[in-house]
Design a protein around this ligand. Structure first.
Ligand SMILES: *[C@@H]1O[C@H](CO)[C@@H](O)[C@H](O)[C@H]1NC(C)=O
Length: 137
C-alpha cells in the first residue's frame, strides 16, 4: 500500500485540522501566557505529585487543571487555589514551626498575566523562608 503521507493534500488537511484544534482550545480558555505562568509557578515551587494535572502540551487545557478556575465565557483564569504546594514542604514540628529554609522567594510578576484573577489562595506555602498562613496574605 502506498504511504498516505506522500500525498501533499493529506499533509495539508492534517495541518489544517491541527490549526483548527489549536484555535478552538484557545477560544475555550487557557490563554498561552496564563498557562506559561502556571507552569512557571509549578517549576519554581511544586512538583508532579502535588500538581499531576499541570502538564504542558498543545492539547492540554489549563482551565481543566486542578485548583484552576476559568471564566466560562472569557476563558481567563479567575480563581487560583495554590495553598500547600511547596515541594519541600513538611508538616510543622512539635513547636508548630515549618521548615522553610532555602525556599524560593515569590516572583509576583508571574501573576501579572492573569488579567481577570479574582481570588488567589497562597496559604501554607514557603516563599523565601516566609510561611504564608491564612490571614497573613
Ligand atoms: C512532592 O512534594 C511533596 C510535598 O513535599 C512530597 O511529599 C513528594 O515526595 C514530592 N514528590 C516528588 C516526586 O518529588
Amino acid at each position: 500500500m502506498e504511504c498516505p503521507w506522500k500525498k501533499p493534500w493529506v499533509v495539508l488537511m492534517g495541518a489544517i485540522a491541527l490549526i483548527q484544534l489549536y484555535g478552538s482550545i484557545n477560544s475555550h480558555g487557557c490563554f498561552t501566557e496564563e498557562k506559561r505562568s502556571l507552569l512557571e509557578f509549578k517549576a519554581a515551587y511544586s512538583n508532579d505529585s502535588l500538581l499531576p494535572s499541570w502538564m504542558d502540551g498543545p492539547n492540554n487545557n489549563c482551565c481543566d487543571w486542578e485548583r484552576v478556575t476559568c471564566h466560562p465565557s472569557s476563558g481567563r483564569v479567575i480563581h487560583l487555589s495554590l495553598y500547600a504546594l511547596y515541594k519541600l514542604g513538611s508538616l510543622p514540628d512539635d513547636n508548630g514551626e515549618y521548615d522553610c529554609d532555602g525556599s524560593p522567594t515569590l516572583n509576583g510578576t508571574m501573576f501579572l498575566s492573569f488579567r481577570e484573577l479574582r481570588t488567589l489562595n497562597l496559604s501554607y506555602n514557603c516563599f523565601g523562608e516566609f510561611i504564608s498562613k491564612p490571614g497573613t496574605l
